[in-house]
Design a binder for this molecule. Structure first.
Ligand code: AHR
Length: 372
């Protein structure tokens, strides 16, 4: 129980220094490095570039470290990459016993999973929160049990009872999509911008941030957002929403923003079936988020015009957090994943977001081969 006592002390100490609302206010969503490697890291909130953790010294003490991971579900290619990353890093051969629960996008199941981990008395709990609110009670239970919680990907907005968060700045992703569209439409001489948005899952911080960021640029430029509905981050959801949009807004839209690649695949099917052309040679500009392998293939083929990366490879950085706690050190409070912005056409070299310029990466096969 010695380690638990250390953990409890760490929790108490860290609780006082954690920021409420992780994920806000950062401008460091990525570097200007145009290469798309799968392990090129993250940026800590003190701005220091980070190399990623090694995974071969998992149990520093020689003891097996037990981790409970309450994963969102299996709704997208991104989610599969995130799960694979955790299962690879927290493997038995690296000294971990990973208890994995796929919560199938059900918040009640996720809360139950966390309570199950408390009952099992695991050493650490990782949560990728399906929704950003409703967490304080269960996180208090974790704290009372002396189990440190690490949040990944999406943020928790109504509690600070976790030691670290590792993930993406979703508002920056939305702003980047907006700034790219502004520069692109100007370069193409398109003055009338009529947008349909297919949002992610309702209540997810990924949805909230991307929606807010894009809307900020849309409002500043007087674009018309005709509609914005949830496609639940799934291909089927994206197709269903786009089918309904094609009927309701026939001939009225020239931009579709899908908040992840799988929704974009569904939207493409719906537009194809409705006789709507899209992509670099089409009538509709198609924007996506995630930039997983299958998404980048659609960028290379020109079916998706631009894809804004959401990096799912958080696990090595979570391992660094765990190693810091194991060593009695204070881990970083917030770790932002490095992310790239991918396009098909070589007509814009960079865009500026939050006052920082970042290169756009024109997709080729080498980049796709290196992506998750
Ligand atoms: O929270 C990250 C988002 O969740 C990804 O963009 C999406 O693909 C996933 O389902």
């Amino acid at each position: 129980m010695k380690k638990k006592v250390v953990s409890m002390l760490m929790c108490a100490a860290l609780g006082a220094t954690l920021l409420a609302g992780c994920g806000s206010g950062s401008t460091d969503a990525g570097s200007s490095d145009a290469s798309a490697t799968t392990d090129d890291g993250a940026t800590t909130d003190d701005g220091a570039a980070d190399d990623g953790a090694t995974t071969d010294d998992g149990a520093a003490s020689g003891d097996v470290i037990t981790i409970g991971f309450a994963q969102v579900g299996h709704e997208s290619d991104w989610r599969t990459a995130s799960t694979n990353s955790c299962q690879t890093v927290f493997s038995a051969e690296n000294g971990y016993d990973l208890q994995f629960v796929d919560c199938d996008n059900d918040s009640a199941v996720q809360l139950e999973a966390v309570r199950g981990f408390i009952e099992q008395d695991v050493d650490y709990i990782i949560i990728d929160p399906i929704v950003s609110t409703g967490w304080d009670t269960v996180l208090t239970e974790c704290e009372d049990a002396g189990i440190p919680v690490i949040v990944i990907d999406r943020t928790i907005e109504d509690s600070d009872k976790y030691v670290s968060w590792v993930g993406s700045n979703f508002k920056t992703e939305g702003l980047a999509a907006g700034e790219w569209l502004k520069a692109y439409t100007e370069a193409k001489g398109i003055s009338d911008v009529n947008v349909l948005v297919i949002e992610g899952s309702t209540g997810a911080s990924a949805t909230i941030g991307r929606t807010e960021g894009f809307k900020e640029i849309a409002d500043a430029n007087g674009w018309n957002i005709l509609d914005s509905q949830s496609g639940d981050f799934t291909e089927a959801g994206g197709q269903e929403v786009m089918e309904s949009y094609c009927k309701s807004y026939e001939g009225q839209f020239n931009v579709v923003v899908c908040q992840n690649d799988n929704e974009a695949f569904g939207a493409m099917t719906a537009m194809k079936n409705a006789g709507v052309s899209y992509g670099v040679d089409g009538d509709v500009i198609l924007i996506s988020f995630d930039a997983c392998t299958a998404g980048l293939e659609k960028v290379l083929s020109g079916e998706i015009n631009a894809d804004f990366e959401c990096n799912p490879l958080a696990a090595p950085f979570v391992e660094q957090v765990i190693q810091a706690l194991q060593n009695g050190e204070t881990p970083e409070k917030e770790v932002y994943m490095t992310e790239h912005w991918f396009v098909n056409e070589d007509i814009l070299s960079s865009i500026t977001v939050n006052g920082e310029s970042q290169d756009l990466t024109v997709v080729d096969q080498t980049i796709i081969d290196a992506q998750y």
